[in-house]
Design a protein around this ligand. Structure first.
Ligand code: ZN
Length: 196
């Protein structure tokens, strides 16, 4: 068994041993909110936002972007599972700031193996062949953090499947301090059109 699998299963055994009453938690999040945030390993939404099991939905992807799939989860979160406020939380030093769409497409076109980040940007160091398939995916890379939060909140707000009475708040998590900093233009763009 891989070392990581071993570690995960042993941590899980310890967790399950102290599971207590959590088996009785209902499915809908008790605090009725959802967070869309980045998959970055330095971000722990349960810690930075004070969540316990059963409290909230956390939807994660590369960048915390409002992709169609993130919106799919948010719509289910609201329509079927009772959340009534949403956060979009991007963060400083995000990997999504380190490349552009054509860069990712060209890296994959030359090799599928890991690329290396150098002063001049990403460079393929692995062998080919690559695949042109990367050119058909929107990687949702980020060029400006504050702008991307506004863009994502605005996209969610304007989405035809998102009701207008749900407020959407925009924040950037600072990986140096652990603080959430509000992006006022995003929260303004995400303001509920009617009272909650
Ligand atoms: Zn990130």
């Amino acid at each position: 068994m891989s070392k990581i699998v071993d570690e995960v299963l042993s941590a899980n055994a310890a967790y399950a041993a102290k599971f207590g009453d959590k088996g009785k938690l209902p499915m809908p999040p008790g605090r009725r909110f959802a967070i869309l945030t980045c998959m970055d390993a330095r971000l722990d939404p349960a810690k930075y936002a004070g969540l316990a099991e059963g409290d909230a939905h956390v939807i994660r992807n590369a960048g915390g972007r409002a992709s169609d799939d993130a919106i799919r989860s948010l719509v289910i979160s609201y329509k079927l599972l009772g959340t009534r406020e949403w956060f979009v939380i991007h963060h400083s030093d995000c990997g999504m700031l380190t490349f552009t769409e054509p860069v990712m497409a060209e890296l994959l076109a030359s090799s599928l193996k890991p690329a290396k980040l150098e002063a001049a940007g990403w460079r393929d160091v692995g062998p080919g062949p690559g695949s042109p398939e990367g050119r058909y995916i929107n990687w949702l890379s980020i060029s400006d953090n504050a702008k991307s939060v506004v863009e994502d909140v605005t996209r969610i707000r304007a989405h035809p499947l998102v009701p207008d009475d749900i407020p959407i708040y925009g924040y950037i998590y600072d990986v140096k301090s652990g603080r959430l900093n509000e992006i006022k233009d995003a929260t303004e763009a995400g303001r509920a059109r009617r009272a909650v």
